[in-house]
Design a protein around this ligand. Structure first.
Ligand code: SF4
Length: 375
């Protein structure tokens, strides 16, 4: 069982908060597609013939590729890998690209899951974030997708934005519920280096919400999604029954995955590797038959740290038996000693052999997980 992630590094415009690797110049799109086809063939042995259960086109904005380009890529994947016949095939998309025709063609190619970058249903906030769509287009994209028979739709939302009031955040959530989607990924804004928000923040042009307000928005998110029948299955992810993202769940469960395209990461249980975040170097090296990546072989300690981070993100949490089996009792003792204070303060909950974050623990998950790592 394995997954494949493809990084499509093109965007129409750079959003003010985004630090993902992407370029706004689409000039090299055709060259990129040729390169990724070549990389697929160069990497055909990476997953050692394991059956691929999920394929995820992320980015960047994969919905900027044409149907023909997506088809070429899918054909190459089918030729080089063993693909499960019940594959979960996801396309990350921006609302303005989701026309009826494009969606119909996506369906014919076998895409069965859409992850739509809506972020907000408030036009002022969309403008502030420099998104390329408005609220009306966002709503229409979901209607279009449903019309074309998509039954597994995820939307991305952002909270903790400058000036995002509780009322505006609640409206965003209510609008999402009205659209009756199956999955929500909701992220708190972080100000990343080299973004427009960072520049504005340094010049005092935007101000972050205080911690209390951020916590209130997170609490509202959890309350409202739960009340509307969503399962809070990962810190930032909520799904209706039967619609958990298999691709991401496998990633948190430590399943192998291959990343293709510049900046994409791969993991094969013993090492992690990541492609260079530079399109020109990527194109030039691939044309010579080389994949420009760096690799890190994982020590037992690094594997333990990965295990902590990935397990603690999810509603299942960490299994102590699995911990002993994979890392031995000294790691278990280390972990139990460290986690005790969080159990005492109810930031974590224990149920027999499972230990997981409580809802209040999820809000400070980064802090807790960092503290639990093996130094
Ligand atoms: S948020 Fe998405 S659309 Fe915006 S720049 Fe980043 S990758 Fe591109």
């Amino acid at each position: 069982m394995a997954g494949i992630y493809l990084h499509i590094p093109f965007c129409k415009r750079k959003c003010a908060y985004c630090d993902f690797f992407s370029l706004t110049n689409a000039k090299y799109k055709d060259n990129f597609v040729q390169a990724i086809l070549q990389e697929i063939s160069l990497q055909k042995n990476y997953l050692k013939n394991e059956c691929v259960q999920t394929i995820y086109f992320g980015g960047g904005t994969p919905s900027l590729l044409s149907i023909e380009q997506l088809e070429e890529i899918l054909n190459a994947l089918h030729q080089n890998f063993t693909i499960d016949k019940n594959i979960e095939l996801t396309l990350e998309s921006n609302p303005e690209n989701l026309t009826q025709t494009f969606l119909n063609d996506l369906k014919s190619l076998g895409f069965n899951r859409l992850s739509i970058g809506i972020q907000s249903f408030n036009d002022d906030d969309l403008t502030l974030m420099r998104r390329t769509h408005d609220a009306e287009t966002a709503i229409k994209s979901i209607y279009n997708a449903k019309n074309q028979g998509f039954k597994n739709i995820s939307v991305d939302l952002i909270y903790g934005l400058p000036n995002l009031t509780q009322e505006k955040w609640e409206n965003n959530l209510e609008q999402t519920f009205l659209l009756d989607v199956q999955h929500i990924s909701a992220y708190h804004l972080t100000i990343e280096p080299k973004t427009l928000f960072k520049k504005w923040y340094d010049k005092n042009k935007i101000h972050l919400l205080n911690e209390e307000k951020s916590l209130e928005q997170y609490q509202l998110l959890v309350e409202k999604t739960t009340a509307n029948g969503f399962l809070h299955y990962e810190i930032s992810n909520f799904a209706k029954d039967g619609f958990l993202s298999l691709h991401n769940t496998n990633y948190w469960m430590g399943v192998k995955y291959l990343g293709l395209g510049p900046s994409a990461h791969s993991y094969n249980l013993t090492s992690r590797q990541w492609n260079i975040s530079n399109l020109h170097v990527y194109l030039s090296e691939i044309s010579k038959g080389n994949i420009p990546f760096e690799r890190e072989n994982l020590s037992l300690q690094e594997k333990y740290n990965d295990f902590i981070i990935t397990s603690f993100r999810t509603m299942w949490g960490l299994n102590l038996e699995k911990l002993v089996l994979n890392f031995g009792s000294s790691y278990k003792n280390y972990f139990l000693k460290k986690v005790k204070k969080y159990l005492d303060q109810k930031f974590c909950i224990q149920n027999h052999e499972q230990i997981k974050l409580s809802e209040k623990g999820m809000f400070i998950s980064d802090y807790i997980m960092t503290d639990l790592l093996f130094e």
